[in-house]
Every structure is written in C-alpha cells, then in structure tokens.
Design a protein around this ligand. Sequence first.
Ligand SMILES: CC(C)(COP(=O)(O)OP(=O)(O)OC[C@H]1O[C@@H](n2cnc3c(N)ncnc32)[C@H](O)[C@@H]1OP(=O)(O)O)[C@@H](O)C(=O)NCCC(=O)NCCS
Length: 176
Amino acid sequence: MPGMEAITIRSAAPSDLDALAALEGACFPPEQAASREALADRLRHYPNHFWLLFLDGRLVAFIDGFVTDRPDLTDDMYARAQDHNEQGAWQMLFGVNTHPDYRGRGYAGLLIRRAIADAKAQNRKGLALTCLSHMRAYYTRFGFRDEGISPASTHGGAVWHQMRLAFPENNAPDPI
Ligand SMILES: CC(C)(COP(=O)(O)OP(=O)(O)OC[C@H]1O[C@@H](n2cnc3c(N)ncnc32)[C@H](O)[C@@H]1OP(=O)(O)O)[C@@H](O)C(=O)NCCC(=O)NCCS
C-alpha cells in the first residue's frame, strides 16, 4: 500500500556486518564509533543480543550489547565481545543508532522497548547503558535511572552517564 512501510525487527546474523558497519559510521564520529572489526567480533559472540530494525528491507536502526554479571558498563567491554556471558545478570546496551534520515520516528524507542522485554523474558536483573548528558531524559522515558557520571567510561574523550533499568522482581535483597 503506498505510504505504508513494513517494519521488521530481528536479531543479527554474520551477513549483517556490512550494513551494521555502514550504519554505525553514519551515526557516530570515528572516535566513538565501533569499528568494523569490533562489530564482527560482537556478531561472532552475541548475534542474539543485537536488535535490528528494517524498513522495507533496509537496515535503518540497531542496538546491541552483551550480557554480563558485572553491573557497571566499562570501556573495556566494547572491544571484549568474548566476555559475553549468556547466563549473566545484566544486559548492557553499547550502541543505539538510527540512520540520520530516519530519526524522530520512534525507531530507536521500538528497539529499546524490545531489548527491555527480551531481557525481562530472559530473567535478567535489568539493563545498563552509558550516554551523554543530553540523552538522559530520553532514556528516562523507558524507565532507566541516572546513576551519575561513570568513572569507568571515558571513550571518545567524552563524559558518560551510566543509566540503569533494574527489574524490581529480579533485584530483591538476598534473604538473611
Ligand atoms: C539517539 C538516536 C539513536 C535516536 O534515534 P531515533 O530513532 O530518532 O529515536 P526515537 O525516534 O525513538 O526518539 C527520538 C528522541 O530521542 C531524543 N534525542 C535524540 N537526539 C537527541 C539529542 N541530540 N538531544 C536530546 N535528545 C535527543 C529526543 O527525545 C527525541 O525525541 P523527539 O523526536 O520527540 O525530539 C539517534 O538520534 C542517533 O543514532 N544518534 C546518533 C548516535 C547516538 O547519539 N546514539 C546515542 C548514544 S547515547
């Protein structure tokens, strides 16, 4: 139907590498963008923790991040895909990208909500991400809480805030 574009969301496969690398490069300055090699490594270790949004078959947005028992997102994680732990407690979100021509239509939001739903279905404790100061209000919409400036994240020479969405039912204090 004219004017109707079909949206598909799915996890990743190795064959998505070219499209992912091109989109990452279109979304971040080189010092902050994940390299093609880093993305390839992530696809080898956790293709099932990528969320890709296609519009009429064209990749226009994606998010990704590994799972770990470490609660805090630290810079070393970006390049250490092998540290992914499928049984881990926390779903990290490393990158949120929407092609510049397709922003403001809620696509990143759809992917974030899907990642939250999947992490909940997988019984994780929650999700963590780091973001620049001006993006805090955006992630708050989805239930993330600002934990302040992250001492462990300085990549790209920027100041990053850590934000976390913890599922209360999976974060009960240990019984005494
Ligand atoms: C951030 C990004 C992923 C949002 O993608 P999107 O598909 O347009 O997101 P949505 O449509 O779900 O939400 C858009 C909202 O994001 C927020 N937002 C996006 N860019 C923003 C900015 N520079 N400053 C403040 N808020 C911003 C706004 O709240 C915006 O809402 P609005 O459209 O009502 O103004 C996209 O702009 C992008 O790829 N940017 C470059 C990479 C980046 O900065 N990623 C985030 C790293 S923390």
